[in-house]
Design a protein around this ligand. Structure first.
Ligand SMILES: Cc1cc2nc3c(=O)[nH]c(=O)nc-3n(C[C@H](O)[C@H](O)[C@H](O)COP(=O)(O)O)c2cc1C
Length: 184
């Protein structure tokens, strides 16, 4: 792998602040084309991507606002809703379920690889991403709000994307020596 490719892997980071300008659909298409190149046991093509438009986003934001208000009060709920309304790109990723639980698990693994491909591709194009799985995504009403049947698909992530407004420092990792060992 060329140095530049390796540098790209090291440079990807979660974006926490997006500029308001939307990202061109052509760039999203490029990132999705990279996503579906992820490894996939039995080539089940388990990934399903849904771009969420204003009406669907608003439904999710309202459900989340109720959660936040209940926990942290009306003001916190309002602020969170404002923040979420300013996020320019919303992409839902789900994974096809299978009657065989192991196959479902492998499908989910492939979808996680697809999300990483998507985020790396976006990063290469200068677009920031945030993989979210907040409490709202675990509400029983969530699949209905965003349009999938939970009997048929598992939630993988709600991916926010947009042009980064602020640079964030790279997050820390445990040193490699602490997570890598060798067996004879
Ligand atoms: C499965 C998954 C779910 C995540 N859900 C959230 C989330 O709900 N909220 C959030 O702020 N970050 C979420 N993240 C992003 C992680 O917090 C982030 O990757 C981590 O802090 C490391 O930062 P980095 O991506 O900049 O390296 C999620 C990441 C993954 C892989």
């Amino acid at each position: 792998m060329a140095e530049a490719d390796l540098a790209l892997l090291h440079a990807r980071q979660t974006c926490h602040d997006f500029a308001p300008e939307p990202v061109d659909e052509a760039l999203l298409t490029q990132a999705l084309e990279a996503a579906i190149r992820a490894p996939n046991h039995h080539l089940t093509n388990p990934w399903r991507f849904r771009s969420l438009g204003p009406q669907t986003r608003e439904a999710v934001i309202r459900a989340n606002t109720v959660l936040v208000q209940t926990k942290r009060g009306a003001d916190a709920g309002r602020k969170k809703a404002e923040r979420w309304r300013a996020i320019p790109g919303w992409l839902l990723v789900t994974s096809l379920r299978d009657h065989d639980p192991f196959r479902s698990r492998e499908n989910y693994a492939a979808c996680c690889c697809a999300v990483q491909n998507l985020m790396l591709a976006f990063s290469a194009l200068g677009v920031g991403t945030k993989w979210t799985s907040g409490a709202v995504t675990r509400l029983p009403v969530f699949p209905g709000l965003v349009g999938y049947a939970p009997e048929a698909e598992d939630f993988v992530g709600l991916i926010w994307y947009g042009w980064p407004a602020l640079e964030t420092p790279l997050s820390k990792r445990q040193p490699l020596s602490e997570v890598w060992s060798a067996r004879p």
